[in-house]
Design a protein around this ligand. Sequence first.
Ligand SMILES: Nc1ncnc2c1ncn2[C@@H]1O[C@H](COP(=O)(O)OP(=O)(O)OP(=O)(O)O)[C@@H](O)[C@H]1O
Ligand SMILES: [Mg+2]
Length: 217
Amino acid sequence: MIEIIDLKKHFGPKHILRGVNLKIEEGKTLAVIGGSGTGKSTLIKCIIRLLEPDGGKILFNNKDITHIKKQMELAKLRRSFGYLFQEGALFDSLSVGENVVFGLKYLTDTPKSEYARIAKEKLALVGLKGIEHLRPSELSGGMKKRVSLARVLATEPKVILYDEPTSGLDPIMSEIINELIIDLKNKLGVTSVVITHDMKSAFEISDNMAMLYEGKV
Ligand SMILES: Nc1ncnc2c1ncn2[C@@H]1O[C@H](COP(=O)(O)OP(=O)(O)OP(=O)(O)O)[C@@H](O)[C@H]1O
Ligand SMILES: [Mg+2]
């Protein structure tokens, strides 16, 4: 489904990705591991084109998406993806409920009357009930992470890129999130890339594992 060929990315003199090759099969979960600063987040940002690669290719369903420039085409591409940001990236000025349904307005034709139900349902999936009215500033770190995950789930993406989905969560909540990732794969056939430092979870959830080291897999 996704093929990464000789991908390169540098920031000034720092060469982060030095020729990454990876294949991600449809309906499978790939765990990406590697030390801090090795470029894991950079890699998935290139996949969804939040960053533009300097070299190499990214194919999505055999289509080269490496240098898409048109906003329309980028939007279409991103509609297939969900991205769980490492830092959560919630909007402080919106309530939890508004955060969860934020993407629906831009990415789907879901009628507005459905928003409240969807927010409730997706929050329940991540173990959070009845917090729609709260603001992100009223949440703990782990709760923010789970609200971000609920937001990813709201648009029902085909591919989910998870950047450290269980960091900052207690073992019980980590287990719930791991099971959710496995469930999404088994029940909905979601394809996933999961960046994680948690080796137990990496073994539990993934079909394949890739380790980034010195800019390569
Ligand atoms: N937008 C940017 N501009 C300049 N340098 C960047 C940028 N994004 C990342 N970097 C640098 O690229 C390197 C890789 O960063 P990245 O966030 O991909 O690491 P990571 O493997 O996700 O680390 P962690 O496990 O700590 O999250 C780091 O040295 C970082 O400073
Ligand atoms: Mg990172």
